[in-house]
Design a protein around this ligand. Sequence first.
Ligand code: CO
Length: 290
Amino acid sequence: MSEEVRRVERVLPPVDTVEGAGVRLKRLFGHGQVPMLDPFLLLDHFGSSNPLDYEAGFPWHPHRGIETVTYMLNGRVEHGDTLGNSGVIGSGDVQWMSAGSGLLHQEMPKRIEGTMDGFQLWVNLPASRKMSEPEYRGLEAKDFPVVARPDGARIKVVAGSFDGVRGPVEGIPVDPTYLDVALPAHGEFTHAPPKDHTAFGFVIEGEGQMDPQQPHPMGPNHVGVYGVGDSVRVRAGERGMRFLFVTGRPLHEPVAWYGPIVMNTQEQLMEAVTELRRGDFIKHKKVTED
Ligand code: CO
């Protein structure tokens, strides 16, 4: 049987959005796309050379039922949470935060010269884990292996694996792959995630074909959502291409979504809002050792 190459079934353009206390960002997918990208809920790209676009940041707010994955390409985000974590997410760093039963945190980008650039991806938690203890993973740029190929391609492995090289983020319920792929001119990338796993690519810079039959090359700030098949094949154009490649096991569970809280039922959402008002939303205050 011949191998079936996954086709890009949908191309999602960016939607200008204002979030937090007034951060201008580009939303690639969110509430309106459920359940197309199950188990992924939301992808935001924030990037600007104007501090007024990001300095207001994301002051204290709650999360429950999801994981938030912040990946900084360039810049600094100061953060703090009710688990007792605080620090800076710097260039090349990743914060993989599992909110579980709930926490409050703040995420405040700091003014820099040049362009502040980063992503936040929301990964859903299975029903069985939505009320589990929060888990925090703060990883620095140096923690991530980079596969450097003879043709000049560089693949940074955040989660999952590439060419047998595993990323440091382990133990995530939806078994994700998260790669930052830089291809030279006409360079090629192939990957074979499990056939039923959701897969998408987000072009950071340059352009290329996210599947061999894509009629138009895809450019920056667009997401290509893959259909099912055996493998993904990407080919960069003449200027090369950098993109995020993300896959995960779909949950096939009902989604009830209210702002930063994503559960399975309306009752669970109302419970969360009541607890926030009453002051017993936080179930775990201190970070536990791994
Ligand atoms: Co948040």
